[in-house]
Design a protein around this ligand. Structure first.
Ligand code: FES
Length: 167
C-alpha cells in the first residue's frame, strides 16, 4: 500500500464522516463480505431536488470492518450525496473509493463491501429471504449479531458461489 493511500486512510478513520445509525432513514442495507467476514450497514435518506428528482440527501454507516472499509464508507457517503438512485447504483467499489486513490488488490473487497451495502440499501435484491428491517426499529450492528440467529433482523446479502466450470 502506498504511503499516500495509507495517509488518506488514516486521515479518514481519524475523522470518519457519517458514522452511526440514521433514525429517520428511508432505506437500509447490510452486507457481509464472503472474503473476510466483515459486515457493513448503510442508511440512506432521500429528498427531492429542485428538478423534482429523487436524490440522496445523506447516508450513514456502521461496520465491523477494517480501516479500509471505514475509510471507503466515509468517503462514499459523502460522494453519493446529491446523486439519484441510478447515478449511485452506477458507482463501483473503485468509484466509491476513488477519493482515497487506487486500492491494492487485497483491499478491493473492502470497497466492494461498501458498494454492496449501498446497493442493498438502494435496490434490495429479490433473492433476499427477508425484507430489510424498518430503519426506525433497526438496532445497532452489534445488537443485530449479538441476538440469537432466529431473532436477527439483519439482511445479509452474500455473493452467490461461482458456478462450476463446464467440462
Ligand atoms: Fe474485511 Fe477490509 S478486510 S472489509
Amino acid at each position: 500500500m502506498s504511503d499516500d493511500l495509507q495517509r488518506k486512510i488514516q486521515d479518514a478513520i481519524q475523522n470518519p464522516k457519517n458514522v452511526g445509525e440514521m433514525q429517520d432513514a428511508d432505506s437500509v442495507g447490510t452486507v457481509g463480505s464472503p472474503d473476510c467476514g466483515d459486515m457493513l450497514r448503510m442508511w440512506v435518506k432521500f429528498k427531492e431536488d429542485d428538478k423534482g428528482r429523487k436524490i440522496i440527501d445523506r447516508a450513514t454507516f456502521q461496520t465491523f470492518g477494517c480501516e479500509t472499509a471505514i475509510a471507503v464508507a466515509s468517503v462514499a457517503t459523502e460522494l453519493i450525496a446529491g446523486k439519484t438512485v441510478d447515478e449511485a447504483l452506477s458507482l463501483s467499489g473503485t468509484d466509491l473509493s476513488a477519493p482515497l486513490g487506487a486500492l491494492p488488490p487485497m483491499k478491493i473487497h473492502c470497497a466492494q463491501l461498501v458498494e454492496g451495502a449501498l446497493r442493498s440499501a438502494l435496490a434490495p435484491t429479490p433473492a433476499a429471504a427477508t425484507p430489510a428491517p424498518a430503519p426506525a426499529k433497526t438496532g445497532s450492528l452489534y445488537e443485530s449479531f449479538a441476538a440469537p440467529p432466529t431473532e436477527r433482523k439483519v439482511k445479509v446479502v452474500l455473493n452467490p458461489p461461482a458456478a462450476p466450470a463446464e467440462s
